[in-house]
Write a protein that binds this ligand. Structure first.
Ligand code: FES
Length: 275
């Protein structure tokens, strides 16, 4: 039998509503939607964002940091940049309170809560109880005008174009973008061009190496604390700097405008199964 802990009185959480509770020393996001209660880890699997502070829409909670959405019933990651589920926990209602038992691990199959008693008949005695409700966050906005004006992330050249540009000694921006497709995010296994991480590519003749070019690449990360950042920078420099026509590579990390999932190309969405 799961070890349930009483975390709240029924009247403490509105419907729809959410609140942060603690179970055995762990922080858990508790939700009340259409008469049922659900609990998942208060941790976004992308980069640790606090899910309970996000916007709740139906059964979806949006991470306030970069907009990843999770299903509160199962913990499943529904949208980028999160790809792994967060842990779902068992919930029951008893003695006028809500009880939670920690799940069995990341991505755990929905606990008893999700098949358990139907609470639709329950009428909250205090529908105004919304102290746990936080203001909807708005971080998951689409790209700003500034974002729209930055160089499109979609590569415009075919591989053959890129090869031609590379071999004739005069590289083009399109060729560089093709080279950059060799660099893949180590967590998502999607190349950084299709992910929309490349904001700009600038080529200029090298002052030190006649006939060669210097490349400056404006690149962003899916989050400011992206753990893959150093590797992505190194791989980017290697993918471009190894070409005969390139004298040097500068990678400039740009966090404004912030990356959002809508920057991904259709190819990346297909690869990640996002429709
Ligand atoms: S930390 Fe949640 S989407 Fe990045």
């Amino acid at each position: 039998m799961p070890d349930f802990t009483r975390v709240a009185d029924l009247s403490e959480i509105a419907d729809p509503g959410k609140m942060l509770v603690e179970v055995d020393g762990e922080v858990v996001a508790l939700f009340h939607v259409e008469g049922r209660f659900y609990a998942i880890d208060d941790v976004c699997t992308h980069d640790g964002g606090p899910l309970v502070d996000g916007e709740l829409t139906g059964y979806k909670i949006a991470c306030p940091r970069h907009g990843a959405k999770f299903d509160i019933r199962t913990g499943a990651a529904l949208s980028m940049p999160a790809v792994r589920p967060t842990r779902a926990h068992a919930v029951k209602v008893e003695d006028g309170g809500v009880w939670v038992a920690l799940g069995s691990g990341p991505g755990a199959t929905p606990g008893p809560n999700n098949q358990a008693a139907d609470f639709r008949s329950y009428t909250p005695t205090n529908t105004a109880a919304s102290a746990a409700e936080s203001s909807p966050a708005s971080h998951a906005s689409a790209g700003s005008p500034a974002a729209a004006s930055s160089t499109p992330a979609t590569a415009g050249a075919s591989p053959s174009t890129a090869t031609a540009a590379a071999t004739d000694g005069v590289p083009s921006e399109e060729a560089v973008r093709e080279w950059l497709k060799e660099v893949k995010d180590p967590e998502l296994f999607v190349n950084i061009v299709d992910l929309g991480l490349i904001y700009g590519v600038t080529l200029s003749p090298s002052a030190d190496a006649p006939g060669k070019h210097q490349v400056a690449i404006d690149m962003t990360m899916t989050s400011p604390a992206c753990p893959a950042g150093p590797q992505l920078i190194a791989d980017t420099k290697r993918a471009v700097g190894s070409r005969d026509s390139i004298a040097g590579v500068e990678v400039r990390i740009v966090m404004d405008p912030p990356w959002t999932p809508d920057r991904m190309t259709d190819a990346a969405r297909d690869q990640l199964g996002i429709f």
